[in-house]
Design a protein around this ligand. Structure first.
Ligand code: SAM
Ligand code: SF4
Length: 446
């Protein structure tokens, strides 16, 4: 019998990358092997994102490209998974009837059964609304041996007016601490040296958990300390926290846990109080800057990245200037900048005064230019320093690339195996990466 092959295409955030590892794990456990291209695959999975509009267009474009392949190979099965599957449900098979399986974010554990049913009965769909089995509990097939995503919670209890996540991922559900720890311990035993704890709002982890016999809920700070004690692990990262929930106990736990890396993602979204209110973000610009200062007061050398949306409904030039002002004051290392995209089903999509596309584009370009300058200055501060780099793999410019504890991308010459820690001296800086030289003699890094 010839081998059955699969291909998984992932769109969107780290949560989707994590889920794709589980999709690949389920298919591998069932005897499938990876295919290099869709034309060789018996099962093609699109793990989709619903955050921005072009994600929809991209999916339907990709499905269109697959149609002739499926006509040539009727045995091919096409699966749409992820947030867009959860959001659009039956609409997907209406628009693209050659899709065999639509599997929502809560239904991933049933993927193999859905494929079997599709074989016997034709197109299948499961977009149930409640997670019974955490995707993390499923087998994984990870792309790299030294790093792993670990889901600690799914869903989100906030209601930011621009965001589709609560609609497609549901309310927050935290994983029991014991389950998270057992997974991390197992990973460390198998050579994983870096984990990224994942949740839509990681720092509210545990608020929905109860511990029998205890009045106290396990909190994110407790989890960080517990993961820090796992033997063999060297780096801990987490994403995404909500600024509002970055409480002093979390900052202390970070400072006292030597494996927790000196990097936080601290999503601003807007620097205008008026827009923040309309977004239903619970903080205001000054509060945000004060929190940042408090964090930098405790962990002095910390990198900060952020998310910013440009062109939220009714955003004025003055609101946008406020965003630029916070960006200049906050001095982010990196910013993920997004043009606002109305998501059907969200409050903001129904708001009056959507900002014209050309205005959004012009503001977006100004924001990117300001941030690039700041990113470059922050990177230049690194030149001459010796940093610890965890090598990730081949670099785009030849040689290898890896990341510092502060999550800075470093290109190094030569060939070094992925998963190796090296000390490197930074020789030049660019807005999005550094160039380093490996230090041959062991030195203290800092
Ligand atoms: N839970 C995370 C938080 O609160 O920061 C955000 C998760 S979301 C997957 C990642 C980012 O996408 C958001 O921080 C926001 O900047 C951006 N985003 C979400 N909805 C958007 C929309 N409708 N238009 C543009 N960007 C959006
Ligand atoms: Fe979306 Fe993040 Fe707001 Fe939750 S906290 S609604 S995931 S932007």
């Amino acid at each position: 019998m010839t081998e059955r092959r699969y291909l998984v295409r992932t769109f969107g955030c780290q949560m989707n990358e994590h889920d794709s590892e589980r999709i690949a794990g389920l298919l591998t456990a069932d005897g499938y092997v990876p295919a290099a291209e869709a034309s060789e695959a018996d099962v093609v999975v699109f793990n989709t994102c619903a955050i921005r509009e072009n994600a929809d267009n991209r999916l339907y474009g990709n499905l269109g490209h697959l149609r002739p392949l499926k006509q040539a190979n009727p045995r091919m099965r096409i699966v749409v998974a992820g947030c867009l599957a959860q959001k659009d449900g039956g609409l997907i098979q209406e628009r693209a009837p050659w899709v065999d399986v639509v599997v929502g974010t809560h239904a991933l554990p049933g993927l193999l059964d859905l494929l079997v049913s599709a074989e016997a009965e034709g197109p299948q769909m499961d977009v149930r609304e409640y997670t019974e089995v955490f995707p993390s509990a499923l087998p994984a097939r990870r792309e790299v041996a030294h790093h792993a995503w670990v889901s600690i919670a799914v869903g989100c209890d906030n209601a930011c007016t621009f965001c589709i996540v609560p609609l497609v991922r549901g309310a927050q559900r935290s994983r029991p601490v014991g389950d998270v720890l057992a997974e991390v311990q197992g990973l460390a035993r198998h050579g994983v040296v870096e984990v990224t704890l994942l949740g839509q709002n990681v720092n509210t982890f545990g608020r929905d958990l109860t511990v029998p016999g205890s009045a106290r809920r396990p909190l994110f700070a407790d989890l960080l300390r517990a993961v820090n004690d796992v033997e063999g692990l060297r780096r801990i990262r987490f994403t995404s926290p909500h600024p509002h929930d970055f409480t002093p106990d979390v900052i202390d736990a970070m400072a006292e846990s030597e494996k927790v890396c000196e990097h936080i993602h601290f999503p601003l979204q807007s620097g205008s109080d008026r827009v923040l209110r309309a977004m239903q973000r619970s903080y205001r610009r000054q509060r945000y800057l004060d929190w940042l200062e408090a964090i930098r007061g405790v962990i002095t050398d910390i990198a900060v990245s952020t998310d910013i949306i440009v062109g939220f409904p009714a955003e004025t030039e003055e609101d946008f200037e406020d965003t630029l002002d916070v960006v200049r004051r906050a001095r982010f290392d990196q910013a993920y900048t997004f043009q606002y995209s109305p998501r059907p089903g969200t409050r903001a999509a129904t708001m009056d005064e959507q900002v014209p596309k050309e205005v959004v584009q012009e503001r977006f370009e100004r924001l990117v230019a300001v941030q690039e300058e700041i990113s470059l200055e922050r990177m230049r501060d690194q030149v001459g320093r010796t940093v610890e780099v965890l090598v990730e793999g081949t670099g785009r410019k030849g040689g290898v690339q890896g990341r510092t504890r502060m999550n800075r991308l470093v290109h190094l010459p030569g060939q070094i195996a992925p998963g190796t820690f090296v000390a490197a001296t930074v020789v030049s800086a660019h807005p999005h990466h550094l160039v380093g030289e490996q230090v041959r003699v062991p030195v203290a890094v800092g």
